[in-house]
Design a protein around this ligand. Sequence first.
Ligand SMILES: Nc1ncnc2c1ncn2[C@@H]1O[C@H](COP(=O)(O)OP(=O)(O)O)[C@@H](O)[C@H]1O
Ligand SMILES: [Mg+2]
Length: 384
Amino acid sequence: MLKGEIINGYVILQDFTTAGGGLSKWTFARKGEKEYFIKEFLSPKYPTETSPGSPKSKERKKQECEKFENHHKNLMKQINERCGVGGNLVVTLDFFRVGSTYYKVTEKIDVASLSPKEIYALPLPNKILILKTIAHSLNILHKAGIVHGDLKPENVLIKQTRLNYYTTKLIDFDNSYFSGNPPELSEEVVGDMVFYSPELARYIQGKENPEKLTTQSDIFALGLLYCIFLQGELPDFPKKYAYPCLAVNEGKELKLIDAKLPKKLKKMVNAMLAPSPTERPTAEEIFETLKNLDLKDDDELVKVPERKSFVETYWEEKEKKEAESKSSKLKMTFSKKKEKTTEETEASLELEMKKFEEAMKIIDEMTGVSESKLRGKGLKIGKK
Ligand SMILES: Nc1ncnc2c1ncn2[C@@H]1O[C@H](COP(=O)(O)OP(=O)(O)O)[C@@H](O)[C@H]1O
Ligand SMILES: [Mg+2]
């Protein structure tokens, strides 16, 4: 699917890319006035009349596809019933199949290109705000009995707010499952092994019952994610283990060691990394602990300088490379086209701002974090 093509009413704005993952391709698309994120699944493929295979294998593939489709639609229904567009969970707006290929559509997020290292470098209150919004999103998901199943930095989009702080948007529920009901082992078990919980590792090894894979499996992954944001790296574990979960399953303890962090915060993160799911705090408890952290008076929530979004930078660089490789004649058409796009962008910018302000109101209400509320809690808002 290429730029300019239309798929189920969505006009594809750029060629699809596999950046970020590998099991899917993604790009942005426009339908009516709005722009969306659209993801193409590389598997499963629905067998069509012309696709190869015996009738029997095609029938098996069809059944696999129906299961995939039902699972996605069911998740979409459960999540959408609890969250609205513009909240911290990026919900699926559309899920469909064209020919043999499945697609998923969500709202488009203007992502700040902020690496985990850059998050680590932020002042503590800014980091806490990031941790808090993730816990909040996860709590909504967990209350619906859904395990995210693939928590890692790439699936937590960082967005700069109108007030110039960073907030998060949780994405990629494609490996999600209902608590106690993980995908069967015969199916492709995906996700990043670095963030596997000890019980997930045991399940893969055939040493754990599926019922033991609950929403608390996400909490272990979240604990690792918090370590990366708070101390700049994963907790230490002996090098002979390839992944943290394997070290834990051999009796090793994972710990956040940064001495400068508040005791209550360290205690909470260490409990999130406990070997037993029931010893770990729930997403709700984590959110409450973070909300009530007693930060020192000199810990200011600092406004961050404006920065270009990941989306802007990514496509700008791509377009620059394309333009460089074309003839000067082509370059002329390219720059004309770009002028037009800039005008269009400016016209839609106002609309975007309105939408964003609405969304910010919702985020503030949801997370209990607004400028006035922070002041009320004795936190100072740093000057820009
Ligand atoms: N709603 C969105 N708006 C902007 N960018 C997004 C959005 N959703 C995902 N992305 C970008 O696309 C990448 C891949 O999306 P994701 O749903 O995580 O697919 P994958 O299955 O390939 O991991 C993400 O890491 C992120 O950089
Ligand atoms: Mg992903």
